[in-house]
Design a protein around this ligand. Structure first.
Ligand code: ZN
Length: 297
């Protein structure tokens, strides 16, 4: 091989490596990450795999949220370690966003650290019935609202009705104008599989209530698309539009007797086909609305 050929081959290899590195970065982010929310000095996002939680460092202790340890207890050990890296304050609270195990299983390391667990009262009722060995019951429950004041920080917990579950608490930091809401406001993607206990009509109402609250940044329970970004009020508006369009489209078909198969196999919402997860999530969206408008469930 001539020197020129080597140079070309080398350049090709370098390009291939760069491409591979870029791809690897995109395809496999680090297993976990802790990120301070821009514009705040005490609000953090802890991501492990494809789930994430908010934690807040105050002058009198740390408020953590969802343990995100379903099927991976090491994630929760990592979560507690990550908190200890940024604060020597004790972990005072763990707040559950809702009762689904993929967000709240695995809380034992927090309990061992002395945290008090808080959830909506319906979450506790469900967890008492389910008896999941890996999911701790909350010590305290919230009905419609509660404000936690710890040191210099105020965190509002608000129940805004039925949406993706019947136990969602929206968490708002009024001073930082940051919101933490899980699963019922996917950021930049179509709400997909695993939302079988949703309440489609009331879900729209709860989005309108979120829109009316005072906040700038939304931390979602799964990294926002693209790039793990946080959400804005525009994202909430986009989701509301999507849900309303999907609901109206299926309603007409359902009332013409087209649920389940014709709707699930044939109905498309091309306006949204560039949204993350559109292809895989759409059948689940259509099934939910077929259940609602085609069966009354
Ligand atoms: Zn959920």
């Amino acid at each position: 091989m001539s020197r020129v050929s080597y140079a070309i081959a080398g350049a090709g290899l370098a390009a291939a490596c760069l491409g591979a590195a870029a791809y690897a970065q995109q395809a496999a982010p680090p297993p976990f990450a802790t990120t301070k929310v821009d514009g705040t000095d005490n609000v953090y996002v802890f991501r492990y795999g494809n789930a994430q939680s908010m934690f807040v460092v105050t002058s009198a202790g740390v408020i953590a949220t969802d343990p995100i340890g379903y099927g991976r207890p090491q994630a929760v050990v990592t979560y507690v370690d990550e908190i200890k890296k940024v604060s020597s304050q004790p972990i005072k609270y763990v707040i559950y966003s809702h009762h689904h195990f993929d967000h709240i299983a695995g809380g034992k390391p927090f309990k061992d650290a002395g945290a008090t667990f808080v959830a909506h009262k319906r979450a506790r009722e469900r967890l008492v019935a389910l008896k999941d060995p890996h999911t701790l019951l909350p010590d305290e429950t919230v009905d419609s609202a509660r404000t936690i004041t710890l040191g210099d920080t105020t965190l509002e917990l608000t129940y805004i009705g039925l949406n993706h579950s019947d136990s969602s608490l929206v968490m708002r930091l009024p001073k930082q104008k940051v919101l933490f809401a899980v699963d019922f406001i996917p950021v930049g993607s179509v709400p997909g599989r695993g939302m079988i206990d949703s309440y489609p009509i009331e879900w729209e109402d709860s989005l309108k209530k979120v829109q009316a609250m005072d906040w700038d940044k939304l931390i979602p329970g799964h990294p926002g698309a693209p790039g793990g970004r946080l959400g804005t009020k525009q994202d909430v508006q986009n989701l509301l539009g999507f849900l309303q369009d999907a609901s109206a489209a299926v309603k007409a078909e359902a009332q013409a007797g087209k649920c389940w198969d014709p709707v699930e196999k044939e109905l498309k919402l091309p306006k949204y086909e560039s949204s993350a997860g559109y292809e895989t999530a759409l059948p689940f969206v259509l099934r939910r609305y077929c259940g609602l408008w085609g069966r009354g469930t």
